[in-house]
Design a binder for this molecule. Structure first.
Ligand code: MLT
Length: 406
């Protein structure tokens, strides 16, 4: 008899951003005259830059001629893109990563959801709390998280590592020993990060306990401070214990284009088995390669002009981060993040729960944010605003927040 994957039935509610979208849709239906400003999901608003567009147009034209047409892409990625990534994102920074250790994908969300497949179901995961929901949900779907405890809002077989204002958003090493450690730095949702010295202690810890770190560096382009590492491979020993996932969404505005990559160093082995060959096997079986047109767009990101243009995008969004951070601080809010990341993490006012503040902000200021509790129990009492809006909407949102929460 056919049976569904019952692990799906254990998942609480719907995916966080779908829940928010439904709530906002209900609000706009009931209040058609209200103009809602969305600073919830971290989706970019600025168009693709000229160098990237030009590369895409050129690739589209190539696809229209027999002599330059491209069919299936190599499933691990075109060499031109893998080499550009290795050179610019790693070798220029002194990190030893080779082009054939880079696996091009359709985005970091897919990679962060899929990477767990190459590990045994018995592996215990450790996540920071709050955390990007995909890490936990994808492991729960695989059956690795135990049961969901509604009361505690936690999975019984997940190790949670709280990152709150009390510990300066630096999680402590867990008491129980994890097999897989998810770290997202700069962090989504808190917008905070670790120094290189702090990250090194995590690499040393993973090496000591024999764990693998799954390092999500999707927000790396937003790092503005000197002592913050741009890659986990800046840390000694990381090639033996860490996989790094990167995205073109937040730096180059590819949320609707879809491109990302994973670095699986050849030195990374579990009980003698190289994870590189496992991920290559998985990728080759389940993925037919990111589209040629998109990989050419990705290559353009690494040209001098492309790099300059994406720095412009990052500065644009970081100006929003400054406006939000300074505006909220002047109102007396307790505010974190927004310096090395495009997210601002705030304590909800008047002891409101995260969802109470979501409703309050939406109904009074018509501004949408993301409730901290949606990212995990330690996110309760916090709220996330994104800096990915337009300058105009961000300024307007702040004006409305000032009027309603002075
Ligand atoms: C977020 O808002 O947390 C991100 O946009 C989600 C994502 O990148 O998938």
């Amino acid at each position: 008899m056919v049976k569904v994957n019952e692990n799906y039935l254990k998942l609480p509610g719907s995916y966080l951003f779908s829940t928010i979208a439904k709530k906002v849709a209900a609000f706009t239906e009931a209040n058609p005259d209200k103009e809602v400003i969305r600073l919830g999901i971290g989706d970019v608003t600025q168009p693709l830059t000229p160098t990237i567009l030009e590369a895409m147009h050129k690739a589209v034209d190539e696809m229209g001629k027999a002599e330059t047409f491209h069919g299936y892409a190599p499933d691990l990625g075109y060499a031109f893109l893998r080499e550009a990534i290795a050179k610019t994102d790693y070798q220029k920074r002194g990190c030893k990563v080779e082009a054939d250790e880079i696996f091009v994908s359709d985005g970091a969300k897919s990679d962060s959801g899929n990477i767990q497949e190459i590990f045994d179901l018995s592996c215990r995961i450790a996540v920071t709390d709050p955390v990007y929901p995909v890490y936990v949900d994808s492991n729960a779907m695989a059956g690795r998280c135990g049961d969901y405890d509604q009361k505690q809002e936690k999975w019984t077989n997940v190790i949670y590592m709280p990152a709150t204002a009390e510990n300066g958003f630096v999680p402590e090493f867990p008491k129980e020993t994890p097999d897989l450690i998810y770290l997202c730095l700069p962090n989504n949702p808190t917008g905070t990060t670790l120094t290189k010295t702090q990250l090194q202690t995590w690499v040393d810890y993973a090496a000591k306990v024999g764990a693998v770190i799954l390092y999500d560096g999707a927000y790396e382009a937003y790092i503005s401070e000197e002592d913050v590492p741009h890659s986990i491979y800046e840390c000694e020993g990381a090639r033996e214990c860490a996989i790094e996932l990167k995205s073109f969404s937040k730096n180059a505005g590819f949320t609707g284009v879809r491109l990302g990559y994973a670095v699986v160093p050849k030195d990374l082995k579990v009980n003698g088995t190289p994870l590189h060959s496992l991920w290559a096997r998985r990728h080759g079986t389940k993925f037919n390669g990111a589209p040629y047109i998109i990989q050419r767009a990705g290559e353009a990101v690494y040209t001098d002009a492309g790099q300059q243009e994406i720095r412009g995008l990052v500065s644009y969004y970081m100006e929003n981060a400054r406006v939000i951070r300074e505006g909220l601080t002047s109102l007396g809010f307790e505010v974190y993040g927004g310096v090395n990341a495009p997210y601002i993490w705030l304590k909800t006012p008047n002891n409101l729960t995260s969802w109470e503040f979501f409703d309050d902000l939406l109904s009074r200021a018509n501004v949408v944010g993301t409730p901290g509790s949606g990212f995990g129990p330690a996110g309760e009492g916090y709220f996330r605003l994104t800096a990915f809006g337009t300058h105009e909407n961000t300024a307007k949102a702040l004006e409305r927040i000032k009027e309603n929460y002075k």
